[in-house]
Design a protein around this ligand. Structure first.
Ligand SMILES: Cc1ncc(COP(=O)(O)O)c(C=O)c1O
Length: 344
């Protein structure tokens, strides 16, 4: 073992992102990207970028972007933090709110990045197992952690927990509750109200899914001023680059475009769920831009390999709780027809 590397890092099992194949003919349903293009306003914003703008450092605090986000959510810019993807914000939350050797909480299975971030930050984990049907149990009364990541809708299971359940836990928790709303634009309910009324709740959002902008890396958090101010204290000086700030502002201003794409994806999703169920496949009530399905015949891993051989990539997670299922991103109607045909 190389002794120059910290022991914790040497032992670390790194997060494994979904595959990004270079072959454009692959039907890519493995990383929950949006199959439709972002708002045309985004390209107008790119055109407006000048050499002089690029010559200078970007605004370190994303002032104009935060004003747009604050206006959209009906809060104050001091309640908004922008990050290089919501992943950066999740990492900063651990550094800001959890003492060394403290523990973070989350449901298992949920976003597999959380335990990796905990490991990197030298903090422990106290996951709560989901019920056998993948719904969230009520966290027990004695359970309390300085930081709980409540993924809602959850990934990879696609299910939405009721807002009141999250409120109940947040109201009795001493710690910070981060509601990770990466997929909320495809769901019937969100927790903005909790973030703007409770002192220990933040929500995180991303432009990677519903806004079709995974490539620019922009996430944001909203909530309590003091919690937000702590994130500003510890972030890198220029954590969001200039192009991203300009593009994100244009995208957030064009809500009708985002909502229309989300509506199309929801319609396709609901059709695919009905079709798979008609074939006996166990599919959960998705509130996200992906479905969580257990094949009727054969193993999930066999189906994953079969689809892959037909140039269709979906996501397979090997952990015991997830190994019988596949997570399938909702693509265009054409892509989903190809998936259904191959599945047959
Ligand atoms: C639950 C959840 N949170 C956060 C993220 C990361 O989002 P971003 O692209 O903004 O870093 C993902 C991405 O897959 C996710 O599934």
């Amino acid at each position: 073992m190389n002794t120059r590397i910290r022991e914790r890092v040497a032992r670390l099992a790194a997060y494994i992102p979904g595959e990004q194949p270079s072959d454009p003919s692959v039907i890519k349903l493995n990383t929950n990207e949006n199959p439709y293009p972002p708002s045309p306003k985004v390209f107008e914003a790119i055109q407006r970028v000048t050499a002089d703008m690029l010559r200078l450092y970007p605004d370190p605090v994303c002032r104009r972007l935060r004003e747009s986000i604050a206006q959209f959510h009906g809060c104050d810019p001091e309640q908004v933090f922008c990050g290089n993807g919501s992943d950066e914000i999740l990492a900063l939350c651990i550094r800001a709110y959890v003492e060394r050797h403290g523990k973070i909480g989350y449901f298992d299975p949920s976003y597999s990045l959380y335990p990796v971030l905990a490991d990197v930050a030298d903090v422990g984990v106290a996951p709560i197992p989901l019920e056998p049907d993948f719904t969230c149990p009520i966290p027990p009364n004695r359970y309390d952690v300085p930081l709980f990541f409540w993924t809602n809708p959850n990934a990879p299971t696609s299910l939405l927990a009721p807002k009141e359940m999250i409120r109940d836990y947040a109201e009795r928790s001493e710690g910070v509750v981060v509601v990770d709303e990466a997929y909320v634009d495809f769901a019937s309910q969100d927790c903005v109200e909790l973030a703007l009324s409770l002192p220990n709740v933040l929500i995180t959002r991303t432009l990677s899914k519903s806004y079709s902008l995974a490539g620019i890396r922009l996430g944001y958090a909203i909530g309590d001023r003091e919690l937000i101010a702590a994130l500003f204290k510890i972030k890198d000086a220029y954590n969001v680059n200039l192009l991203t700030q300009e593009i994100a502002r244009a995208a957030i201003a064009d809500q009708p475009h985002m909502q229309e794409n989300a509506r199309r994806i929801i319609a396709t999703r609901d059709r695919v769920v009905r079709d798979l169920r008609a074939r006996g496949v166990e599919v959960y009530d998705s509130q996200a831009n992906f479905v969580w399905a257990r094949p009727a015949r054969g193993t999930a891993h066999e189906l994953f390999e079969l689809l892959r051989a037909r140039n269709i990539l979906v996501r397979y997670f090997t952990a015991p709780r997830t190994a019988n299922h596949l997570r399938i991103t909702v693509g265009t109607d054409g892509q989903m027809d190809a998936l259904l045909a191959a599945w047959e």
